[in-house]
Design a protein. Structure first.
Length: 139
């Protein structure tokens, strides 16, 4: 990894400052590290209709993908809980679309200096992927 876990966590805390959360008041930030060394920040963005709300992790991924990135190393997540903040299931599935679950690292933080690191496969065992769709074509 080109930058340290601690630096990536700090980027996530910076991203959290831009969260648009008029309903929940729950700020979340994410910092996504690409294999090229770029960091894409994301924050959660709420909507009055709730279902169009977007998580910080997906915001970071969608920004990176929209800029042509397709290879990722790690993502750091920061929130307002004071405890370790894990990505939701939808965000984990988006990560699995673009990342090798055995290699991609998810850094969950409780503070800018207190964090834990997991592989995606630890947080999303039995992931559904394009391989599963390929299997369906042979049935």
């Amino acid at each position: 990894m080109q930058i340290s876990y601690e630096e990536l966590v700090k980027e996530a805390y910076e991203a959290k400052k831009n969260a648009y959360v008029p309903y929940s008041r729950f700020h979340v930030g994410a910092a996504l590290l690409t294999k090229s060394g770029e960091v894409y920040r994301g924050c959660n963005i709420e909507n009055a209709a709730y279902s169009p709300t977007n998580c910080a992790e997906r915001t970071a991924f969608f920004k990176a993908v929209s800029e042509g990135e397709r290879e990722f190393l790690a993502i750091a997540i920061a929130g307002d809980t004071g405890d370790y903040l894990f990505p939701c299931g939808v965000c984990r599935q988006v990560m699995a679309e673009f990342c090798n679950p055995a290699e991609f690292e998810i850094i969950v933080s409780a503070s800018s200096k207190k964090y834990k690191v997991f592989k995606l496969e630890e947080l999303l065992p039995g992931v559904f992927s394009s391989r599963d769709l390929d299997k369906m074509k042979t049935i």
